[in-house]
Write a protein that binds this ligand. Structure first.
Ligand code: NDP
Ligand code: 8X3
Length: 254
């Protein structure tokens, strides 16, 4: 039997844009309660206006461990039994080769994509284990498997996410808690605008002349994995636009 979305309480990090916002809207449409978090209050307020009573919002920087722990304790009663955690907040900064990259960019990616994701999961997991019910969805990337020039720390952070998801499965065997790593390829959101620090022309270029994935594609995928019958666990799910594939090995010839 499929999971009834109306019974779910879904916590989403990075819900102010792109995948996170689309995931909130997708679950709310089916009657789930959603907790939308992110750093930008105005975006959260706009989402709350649309989703109304089915949505609780909280400003959260996932790199703030204490704030993440406090969030769990301060949820209104009707949102407190979180059944799905979507650790989606994350970013890429820059595309410079490793020897030229800005260390501050590397720190920021590690802080959000690794530490922030860990704080989120660790904060909500004990409640799920106590209730013996839950689904942890981690937002990975094709960059976890496929290196590309300038992807250095971003790709490594997503490889961490993949392995953490698989190791969580090992720890949670015997419980009813599911863990899924969603690994999208090229998707048009604010991701590139962030990577290229507000340079709109540079941000548009990766999507030119092709049909990239959309935030709604990812939301649909997350929704599907979370509503499959409870005995089914999607470990990893990798998706790309049809117009994207793999590069051959690179050679620097003499
Ligand atoms: P967006 O830039 O559109 O959204 C990123 C979200 O993350 C925003 O809501 C932002 O919110 C939030 N965020 C960033 N840093 C923090 C932080 N420190 N604390 C809390 N929230 C934070 O990009 P996407 O929707 O595309 O990205 C979502 C996830 O998907 C990321 O983990 C990304 O790595 C991954 N991904 C993206 C792909 C793509 O091609 N777009 C492909 C594969 C994976 P705010 O700034 O308000 O805090
Ligand atoms: C985002 C996809 O290819 O820009 O994770 O790394 S890519």
């Amino acid at each position: 039997m499929k999971v009834d979305a109306k019974k779910l309480v879904v916590l989403v990090t990075g819900a102010t844009s792109g995948f996170g916002e689309a995931i909130c809207r997708r679950f709310a449409k089916e009657g789930a309660k959603v907790i939308a978090t992110g750093r930008r209050l105005d975006r959260l307020a706009a989402l709350k206006k649309d989703l109304r009573a089915s949505c609780h919002t909280a400003v959260l920087d996932v790199t703030d461990r204490a704030a993440t722990e406090a969030l769990v304790k301060n949820l209104p009663a009707e949102f407190s039994k979180v059944s799905v955690v979507v650790a989606n907040a994350g970013l890429a900064l820059g595309l410079s080769p490793a020897h030229e990259a800005d260390l501050a960019d590397w720190d920021a990616m590690v802080a959000a994509n690794i530490n922030g994701l860990l704080y989120t999961v660790r904060a909500f997991l004990p409640g799920m284990v106590a209730r013996d019910e839950g689904h942890v969805v981690l937002m990975g990337s094709t960059a976890c498997d496929f290196p590309y020039p300038g992807g250095n720390v971003y790709g490594a952070s997503k490889a961490f996410v993949k392995q953490f998801a698989l190791n969580l499965r090992a720890d949670l065997l015997g419980s009813n808690i599911r863990v899924t790593d969603i690994e999208p390829g090229l998707a048009e959101t604010e991701f590139s605008l962030v990577r290229f620090k507000g340079d709109a022309a540079k941000a548009k270029a990766p999507y030119a002349g092709l049909d990239p994935l959309t935030a709604d594609d990812i939301a649909e995928t997350v929704y599907w994995t979370c509503t499959l019958p409870r005995h089914v666990n999607v470990n990893r799910l990798q998706l790309m636009p049809v117009m994207q594939a793999f590069a051959p090995f690179a050679f620097k010839r003499k």
